[in-house]
Design a protein around this ligand. Structure first.
Ligand SMILES: Nc1ncnc2c1ncn2[C@@H]1O[C@H](COP(=O)(O)OP(=O)(O)OP(=O)(O)O)[C@@H](O)[C@H]1O
Length: 225
């Protein structure tokens, strides 16, 4: 189970963007988090993936509280998460070929070139990237193709939890459907849980077991509206 308990987080400790928010994703569950632009969904998603340290509250992963954030998180907790962001161009090194973008986590973990190549081939096939596209750099592919590579990269460590932060916001309907299908295939095979953040209610309702409205997490906001 992935638990966010009483999370307060933001960029200015005197004025946090997320205040005392709690939510839970059960093993294998797909939870959608729906809210308007700027409410703090991405910030909460980054906290959930141990990428942003909250000012208060805890993330509990399978019963164990997070033991660090970002590079200070222990490897087994960090690699429990696969994260896909809205803007693939901000999360892919422009100097790398897509093959290397996908292989990054394996290289960082010191895996052999041969092992990395085999895993990249397997994931490239799953996300629908041809050999020819794998040889290109980010500026030579479309947003959808780059996002496919970023999704493949997120799946490399075989994460127990996927955090998809507006993964399909800038993609057309067919690429959206293809990427959602890849996530669902992976979840079926691995039993991974999912937190999908977005503002497309129809998509989240179709995709997820349940969808949480941001307002319901932040009672003060609901009272004020
Ligand atoms: N690095 C940062 N430094 C300072 N403020 C930030 C930073 N990142 C986000 N913010 C602010 O925090 C608030 C919440 O941002 P966040 O990205 O979490 O919202 P969101 O709900 O995901 O929005 P969107 O749907 O537009 O992506 C916004 O007011 C934003 O301007």
């Amino acid at each position: 189970m992935l638990e966010l308990r009483g999370i307060t987080a933001g960029y200015d400790p005197r004025d946090p963007v997320v205040r005392d928010v709690s939510l839970t994703v059960a093993d294998g569950e797909a939870v959608g988090l729906l809210g308007p632009s700027g409410c703090g969904k991405s910030t909460l998603a980054r906290v959930a993936a141990l990428l942003h340290r909250p000012t208060a509250g805890t993330v509990v992963i399978d019963g164990e509280p997070a033991r660090g954030w970002r590079h200070r998180a222990p490897r087994e907790q960090r690699t429990a998460f696969g994260v896909v962001f809205q803007q693939p161009r901000q999360s892919a090194d422009p100097r790398l070929r897509l093959r290397e973008v996908i292989a990054e986590p394996l290289r960082a973990a010191g895996r052999s070139r041969a092992e990395a190549a085999a895993r990249v081939d397997e994931l490239a096939a799953a996300v629908g990237l041809s050999e020819e596209l794998l040889a290109r750099r980010p500026h030579e592919v479309s947003d959808g193709q780059l996002q496919r590579a970023c999704l493949a990269r997120a799946l490399v460590p075989r994460p127990r939890w996927l955090i998809c932060d507006e993964m399909t916001a800038m993609l057309d309907a067919s690429t959206t459907a293809a990427l959602v299908a890849v996530v669902e295939d992976y979840r079926r095979e691995s039993g991974a849980g999912l937190l999908a953040v977005g503002h497309d209610a129809a998509l989240l309702d179709r995709w997820c077991d349940r969808t949480i409205r941001w307002d319901s997490l932040v009672p003060d906001t609901a009272d004020a509206s």
